[in-house]
Design a protein around this ligand. Structure first.
Ligand SMILES: N[C@@H](CCC(=O)N[C@@H](CS)C(=O)NCC(=O)O)C(=O)O
Length: 348
């Protein structure tokens, strides 16, 4: 008797779950952020306000470019089918929380570290990390300083509203070192103060140090110390008010990484669209595979994204790789198959 009841119950549960999957596939509820993007025909992306070479700068033609910029372009491509439909909102470090909480931006891609307190207090949903970074220290070459211990009693230029400011305090106190923090609200003022000799050292994410060093009149006059003070996982985030949109951001970033793993690029995407490999067909939303449709966007959204923006490796190389002034190695930002941390969950 009990067995029969249990069987009937199980059968009912199974039937309901099949039904709810079918419903979910057919009618994804488009969230308020996605809807607003569709209505205005444009994605609003929070970007670095002072400009960060390689990550977010405005070129002579007035176009935004850089690694962080391309992440927003990929999201615009996924939602609107057009990577150019993005309006960039410049944000200083201390303006980020308000920009997320007020909902004035749809997504932020601005060298922003994923931390527990930001996740909760900013009411944000962080997407996958796009650039694993760490905090560094830069000094003038002529100072002869090679180790953090030599900065005992030094003045250090640092930007407020950043994880940088907090990590510096930790790193110095744990070593019993005194220092005089010179704190500025915007990046340019921080850098200028260091250049003008108001500080013995300048600290920020190593990606930032590389960008600033490259922009110096004589890059050789500055050295980045061989020490990493913190973990700075940088990536996009969106207001927590729309989980459907957050899913789109998440799977667009994963799609960039997965495309690189498959060797699918903006140049060869058309060869892959006709592939008869089931995994590739599924990833590219071909045939009756439901991929994009589960997210409420075109089923083959990754075809558009890859065609317009390229895969993760193309984005990295275009902005930071060997043909750029930065010549950054992939390091931990390489694919997991090459010993790095870039790893996409399955598209299924
Ligand atoms: N990743 C750190 C630091 C990010 C940051 O804002 N860095 C500075 C220095 S590289 C910057 O980009 N400033 C530019 C600005 O505030 O516009 C964070 O999320 O707090």
């Amino acid at each position: 008797m009990f067995k029969r009841l249990a069987f009937v119950l199980l059968a009912l549960v199974a039937a309901f779950s099949v039904m709810s999957v079918a419903v979910a596939q057919d009618q994804v509820t488009v969230g308020p952020i996605t809807q607003a993007i569709l209505d205005r025909g444009e994605l609003v992306c929070g970007a670095n306000g002072s400009g960060l070479a390689g990550f977010a700068t405005v070129n002579e033609a007035g176009e935004w470019q850089g690694f962080d910029v391309d992440i927003c372009r990929a999201v615009a491509s996924a939602v609107l089918g057009d990577s150019t439909k993005v309006s960039f909102r410049p944000l200083e470090a201390g303006e980020r929380q308000a920009a997320v909480q007020s909902g004035e931006i749809d997504v932020m891609s601005r060298n922003t570290t994923f931390t527990l307190s930001r996740d909760v207090v900013w009411a944000a949903t962080f997407g996958p990390t796009t650039f694993y970074d760490g905090q560094g220290l830069m000094v003038k070459t002529e100072s002869g300083i090679v180790a953090i211990e030599e900065l005992d009693g030094a003045s250090i230029c640092v930007q407020s509203g950043t994880t940088t400011e907090l990590n510096l305090a930790d790193a110095m106190s744990v070593r019993g070192l005194d220092y005089d923090p010179q704190v500025f609200a915007d990046a340019t003022a921080t850098w200028d103060a260091y250049l003008a000799g108001r500080c013995d050292a300048f600290t920020t994410d190593k990606s930032g140090l590389i960008a600033y060093k490259g922009s110096a009149e004589d890059p050789g006059a500055h050295v980045i110390l061989d020490i990493t003070l913190s973990k700075e996982p940088l990536g996009p985030l969106s207001p927590q008010t729309d989980e459907q949109f957050a899913d789109i951001v998440r799977w667009t970033v994963y799609g960039l990484i997965q495309a690189e793993e498959y060797g699918i690029t903006s140049q060869n995407i058309d060869d892959f669209v006709g592939s008869d490999v089931p995994e590739i067909q599924r990833f590219l939303g071909q045939g009756d595979n439901a991929i994009g449709s589960l997210l409420g966007i075109p089923n083959d959204f990754m075809v558009t994204v890859i065609r317009q923006v390229g895969n993760y490796g193309e984005i990295f190389d275009r902005n930071l790789g060997p043909d750029t002034p930065f010549n950054l190695g992939r390091g931990v930002n390489d694919l997991w198959t090459n010993g790095g941390l870039m790893y996409s969950p399955p598209f299924r």
